[in-house]
Design a protein around this ligand. Structure first.
Ligand SMILES: C[S@@+](CC[C@H](N)C(=O)[O-])C[C@H]1O[C@@H](n2cnc3c(N)ncnc32)[C@H](O)[C@@H]1O
Length: 312
């Protein structure tokens, strides 16, 4: 159970802003204003905290599936470019949408001309995907044990799901196993800096209890190590930044469902300084090694690339 208190968030923003000032990004007036604001907020605040349950993905997406396709989700704005740049430029084949949810990315892969397999462990999300793409092959299953044959896929895309897995290594191992030699992997996810700021959507249970789907903070290096250890090579890594405008101040934290975004308005200058230049997403393109002459000779015995320990 987490305890979310508006003051904890605001003091955290002030702390990040002050650290950045200490590192030389802001002047004395800024530092004095932050310290004065902290004193004021501590003296005046009348905020209430909220106990927040960590939901499993299966429980969380059972509830969220009803509203997931709401087009207002800003995280949907980032992956289409890289998905089409990769899946739209390779020969038509088999594409796997790993943790496909309601089939948002599966639809892009089908549009690129691929035969689509989608895997997800939420029956409710899969039901939406099946309605969206009746001709695709949707399968219940886990990212850590994909119900997909070895060397069976030309492109894997995994969008907005890896922050939900505690350990990237087994999932990258599965991506490497199912990819054909030379196959491509695209990963799009919330940037670890945003996960560290708890910028994870809120979910109310049927009983009204506050919850967030359990999310994990994987550093960029965690992805690098997991991918290299699975035998994959990095083709690109992008960390797009969304503009962080200075917004109007309010004294109202807003409803819990709008946290932490609405809490930025309690201390807008601190929020602006804390979020400036912080990436929104992390976007990866990986590739499986092409078959070598030796691999071809051993193809009948090959099951998966052996783990190659990186030294990072
Ligand atoms: C935010 S949704 C993303 C859905 C889709 N990829 C998209 O970008 O719209 C995350 C999805 O990951 C699925 N998921 C999370 N952990 C999983 C796991 N270990 N195995 C299979 N699916 C998982 C959830 O059920 C959910 O459908």
């Amino acid at each position: 159970m987490a305890y979310e208190h508006p003051l904890a968030y605001v003091l955290g923003l002030e702390g990040i802003a002050l650290l950045r000032a200490f590192a030389g990004e802001h002047d004395r007036d800024f530092v004095d204003a932050r310290i004065a604001e902290i004193r004021r907020v501590l003296a005046d605040h009348a905020f209430e905290g909220v106990d927040v349950e960590h939901l499993s993905t299966v429980d969380g997406y059972r509830i969220w599936s009803a509203t997931y396709d709401n087009p207002d989700n800003p995280a949907f704005d980032f992956d289409e470019g890289i998905v089409r740049a990769v899946a739209g430029t390779v020969p038509h084949g088999v594409a796997l949408d790993a943790a496909c949810g309601t089939g948002r990315v599966a639809a892009m892969l089908a549009d690129c001309g691929h035969r689509v397999i989608g895997v997800d462990n939420s029956a409710e999300m899969l039901a939406h995907a099946e309605k969206r793409l009746p001709r695709a092959d949707f399968r219940p299953g886990e990212l850590q044990q994909l119900p997909v044959e070895t060397d069976g896929v030309d492109v894997v895309v995994c969008s907005l799901a890896l922050t939900h897995v505690p350990d990237l290594a087994p999932v990258f191992g599965e991506f490497a196993r199912v990819l054909r030699p030379g196959g491509h992997l695209v990963i799009a996810d919330i940037h670890p800096e945003q996960v560290a700021r708890s910028r994870v959507p809120a979910i109310r249970g049927a009983d009204g209890a506050a919850g967030r789907v359990r999310s994990y903070h994987h550093r960029t290096g965690d992805y690098v190590r997991a991918g290299i250890d699975a035998g994959l090579a990095i083709r690109s890594c992008d960390e797009p930044v969304t503009a962080s405008p200075l917004r109007d101040r309010t004294a109202d934290p807003g409803p819990w469902e709008a946290w932490p975004w609405s809490l930025d308005l309690l201390a807008p200058e601190a929020a602006h300084a804390a979020h400036l230049g912080v990436p929104s997403m992390i976007l990866w393109h990986w590739q499986a090694p092409a078959t070598t002459a030796l691999d071809s000779a051993n193809a009948s015995t090959r099951r998966r690339p052996g783990p190659r320990r990186s030294t990072m």
